[in-house]
Design a protein around this ligand. Structure first.
Ligand SMILES: C[S@@+](CC[C@H](N)C(=O)[O-])C[C@H]1O[C@@H](n2cnc3c(N)ncnc32)[C@H](O)[C@@H]1O
Length: 168
């Protein structure tokens, strides 16, 4: 497979997952957390698919396309490990959808980051919240869900946060 084919496959899988989870939360009111603004592609997709939701975005820096930069009130700038507790204090437990797209390609680092932020995300996740991630999580009360057709297992991960009581 050419690198172009591989890139298109990866992006198609990401879009299929984003479209699936945005449909999945249709009946769950709440905010959206976008972890990893990057160049703003997935933020732009989420705001197009979910025009009525507030989306709060996290990144250590702004390097996005100028049309895809959230306003200051919706941007948490800095290391995610420091920003998530601030976000939890300000926003509380209101997230219906959390999209984590922070992978660096360095497996050990990405894994350590996922382990560290999972309890912080749990503190903001509504019961029934959907978590879409490029990294696997091992968070009690988060149940793995199937991926859309055509998305290879291990490429993305979808979890549903326990809806009976709080899992933390
Ligand atoms: C793969 S890119 C995100 C791509 C983006 N979703 C898009 O569609 O354009 C990953 C982003 O996560 C951010 N990131 C990685 N680790 C971080 C950390 N510990 N704190 C804050 N941001 C982090 C990086 O700065 C980078 O912009």
């Amino acid at each position: 497979m050419s690198r172009l084919d591989s890139f298109i496959r990866r992006m198609s899988a990401q879009r299929a997952c984003l479209d699936a989870v945005t449909r999945e939360i249709a009946t769950l009111p709440g905010i959206v957390l976008e972890l990893g603004l990057g160049n703003g592609r997935t933020f732009d997709h989420l705001r197009e698919r979910l025009p009525d939701r507030e989306i709060f975005v996290f990144d250590r820096r702004i390097a996005a396309h100028p049309d895809c930069i959230p306003d200051k009130a919706h941007m948490f700038l800095g290391d995610i490990r420091e920003q998530l507790p601030l976000a939890a204090a300000r926003l509380g437990r209101r997230a219906a959808l959390i999209h984590c797209d922070m992978g660096s390609g360095r497996a050990a680092e990405d894994d350590a980051l996922a382990t560290e932020i999972a309890p912080l995300l749990q503190a903001m996740a509504l019961p029934g919240c959907v978590v879409l991630s490029d990294q696997a999580f091992q968070q009690p009360g988060w149940h793995a869900e199937g991926l859309p057709d055509g998305v290879s297992p291990g490429r993305y991960f979808i979890y549903r946060v326990e809806s009976r009581g709080n899992a933390d």
